[in-house]
Design a protein around this ligand. Structure first.
Ligand code: 2YG
Length: 276
């Protein structure tokens, strides 16, 4: 899992309005709308509840420590969506305790291993990797005007790729999986076939010809996983992978058929999932 750097996230807070407009033009839905699509809930119902739902974002100092702007950026995304949100002025146990003492409805926090949201009333837990995979798959579904029966190449079969693959199967997409480790892709295919009773999941090897995919979901921690030769102006890419797996030239070819961000969609989907 990639550890974000301050430089990855320092521009997010003041670009939220612009990013929201970009999402609407690419998918027909806003940041909140895509998150609701991922969670299978009606945006109107969520809008009626979110302005009285209070989230404390708690900085965590363990391991490699705090990432500057991380908690503030998570908080800015939540407030942009209409939630009541604040960054706890105390980290770690003190911050968690303060959330309970102040009757917060939820906390969001991340150590080096997991980034989670916890609903303090229902005790439900949401995980960033899981929700990021689901929300980018949902964005792909919207960009494709329904991914049903369409072939999607999923590059990267880790926790985010798995969540995206599962979500795509729930939209009845036809999946091809590829991972730098062929066994990882094979294992995921087996897992998904059993769970989703799907017979049609293809596992590709690195050297296989993957030129013909119009829909690509990229969930790897590497750059340039999607080479320019794979792209045309018709290709649609949803890429939760950090850093972005598409080159600058590739981004130009894709134009408005590319969805990528480092925190926004995942945090929005976590927040809606906590509330539903
Ligand atoms: O509280 C803090 O500032 C730090 N303990 C946060 C550490 C977060 C480490 N994890 C990551 O940087 C990413 N896995 C977060 C999610 C990236 C988007 N999918």
């Amino acid at each position: 899992m990639t550890r974000l750097k301050n430089s990855d996230i320092c521009d997010i807070s003041f670009n939220l309005c612009r990013y929201n407009r970009e999402l609407i033009s690419k998918t027909g839905q806003s940041l909140l709308g895509i998150a609701c699509h991922a969670c299978g809930v009606e945006e109107l119902k969520i809008k009626q509840k979110l302005d009285s739902f209070c989230v404390h974002v708690v900085p965590v100092t363990t391991g490699l420590g705090v990432i500057s702007n991380f908690s503030e950026t998570v908080c800015a995304i939540l407030k942009f969506l209409g939630f009541i949100a604040l960054v706890s002025d105390k980290p770690d146990a003190s911050g968690i305790t303060s959330a309970f003492e102040n009757k917060a409805d939820a906390i969001m926090m991340a150590d080096d291993k997991r980034f989670v949201g916890i609903n303090l009333n229902t005790k439900s837990v949401v995980d960033n990797s899981e929700m990021t995979g689901q929300v980018f798959a949902s964005a792909m579904d919207l960009m494709a005007d329904g991914i049903n029966q369409k072939d999607v190449l999923v590059i990267g079969c880790g926790s985010v790729g798995e969540a995206a693959a599962r979500k795509l199967l729930s939209f009845n997409a036809k999946l091809s999986l590829i991972d730098i480790n062929y066994n990882t892709a094979q294992l995921l295919a087996k897992k998904l076939s059993r769970a989703e009773q799907k017979d049609k999941i293809i596992v590709l090897k690195q050297e296989d010809n993957i030129l013909s995919y119009k829909y690509i979901l990229e969930a790897t921690p590497s750059e340039n996983t999607i080479t320019d030769s794979l792209l045309s102006e018709l290709t649609v890419v949803a890429s939760p992978g950090v850093p972005l797996g598409v080159s600058a030239k590739g981004c130009k070819i894709l134009n408005d058929h590319l969805i990528h961000d480092k925190l926004e969609l995942g945090v929005a989907a976590m927040a809606v999932a906590l509330l539903k």
